[in-house]
Write a protein that binds this ligand. Structure first.
Ligand SMILES: NC(=O)c1ccc[n+]([C@@H]2O[C@H](COP(=O)([O-])OP(=O)(O)OC[C@H]3O[C@@H](n4cnc5c(N)ncnc54)[C@H](OP(=O)(O)O)[C@@H]3O)[C@@H](O)[C@H]2O)c1
Length: 275
């Protein structure tokens, strides 16, 4: 059972759950979220899958959105029944507004609404430069997923929080590349999409304040993380990398702060990273 979970979540065969003492320490701070509903986008692998597990382990009801919803079902089955039963897998393509509206509508009807949104779904199409002929589909996919998907999921989640007067929390999984230009080849619009996430987070913070709500927004900006997004091969053989659960630790820290404290930005990099 466990090996299935590791194969599913982590190609390097490392477990994606946090050590028990760390989890119990965090659990106390997460008390106010127990029984509340979290939506995690991009829940079928990497950081998203690890986040789904961790939030379910601390007692939240967790909806994992992905196109490959069957992977979220598989993850659910690989966990102890009390944890797995808190996970709900919904198929959703965040490049489609209709798909987003349908998924959030279903969460409203079936689970009563959303209190925490983890905007994690993201792609990097490392197939072309900005100058490559015929690149427009890949460029649009990056913007539609990383920028418009995040904005539209946030809009739907906020409407739910506002309707229910929930002092919710929106966490945007950004990147170190949303703060600093690094000349990686073939990253085309990925960096621009993450710079957009940095600006959108602050715009949202202003919009949320103007709405008079207590909803928080946090940007978490990792350096390189060992997930399916990182191409296999020698290119990164000697590169220090974070693991998905390192990012989960930052998410739980931000969510676990008292109601009056807002973590704006977390930059988290592996020791020795060059960029
Ligand atoms: N890995 C890194 O080095 C790194 C560093 C900094 C930031 N990040 C950010 O971390 C986030 C998670 O990435 P990861 O590293 O965990 O990569 P990953 O393992 O490739 O996971 C990406 C997730 O996004 C989902 N996704 C992609 N397109 C989608 C769509 N149209 N609709 C719904 N879901 C979609 C995928 O699900 P489906 O394919 O099943 O839909 C998958 O679950 C991304 O925002 C990424 O930019 C990653």
């Amino acid at each position: 059972m466990m090996s299935r979970m590791f194969r599913f979540t982590n190609k390097y065969k490392r477990p994606l759950h946090l050590p028990r003492p760390v989890l119990s320490l965090i659990s106390c701070k997460m008390d106010r979220w127990v029984g509340k509903v979290a939506i995690v986008t991009g829940a079928s692998s990497g950081i998203g899958a690890a986040t789904v597990q961790a939030l379910a382990r601390v007692g939240m009801t967790v909806v994992g959105l992905a196109r490959r919803a069957e992977r979220v079902e598989e993850l659910k089955k690989s966990l102890p029944p009390d944890v797995g039963s808190r996970i709900h897998a919904f198929r959703c393509d965040v490049t489609s507004e209709e798909s987003i509206v349908n998924a959030f509508g279903a969460v409203e009807r079936q689970l009563g609404g959303v209190d925490v949104l983890i905007n994690n779904a993201g792609v990097s199409k490392q197939s072309c430069t900005l100058l490559t002929p015929g690149n427009s589909d890949d460029l649009r996919t990056v913007l539609d997923t990383n920028v418009m998907g995040l904005v539209l999921c946030t809009r739907e989640a906020f409407q739910s929080m506002k309707r229910r007067q929930s002092a919710g929390h929106i966490v945007n999984i950004n990147s170190i590349l949303g703060h600093k230009y690094v000349p990686f080849p073939n990253l085309n619009l990925y960096m621009a999409s993450k710079y957009a996430v940095t600006a959108i987070t602050e715009t949202l913070r202003n919009d949320l304040r103007n709405e008079g709500t207590k909803v928080k927004v946090t940007s978490i900006s990792p350096g390189i993380v060992r997930t399916e997004m990182i191409p296999e091969g020698n290119q990164f053989a000697d590169t220090p990398m974070l693991d998905a659960e390192d990012i989960v630790g930052a998410i739980l820290y931000a969510l676990g702060t008292p109601a009056h404290v807002q973590v704006h930005e977390v930059i988290i990099k592996p020791v020795g990273e060059m960029a």
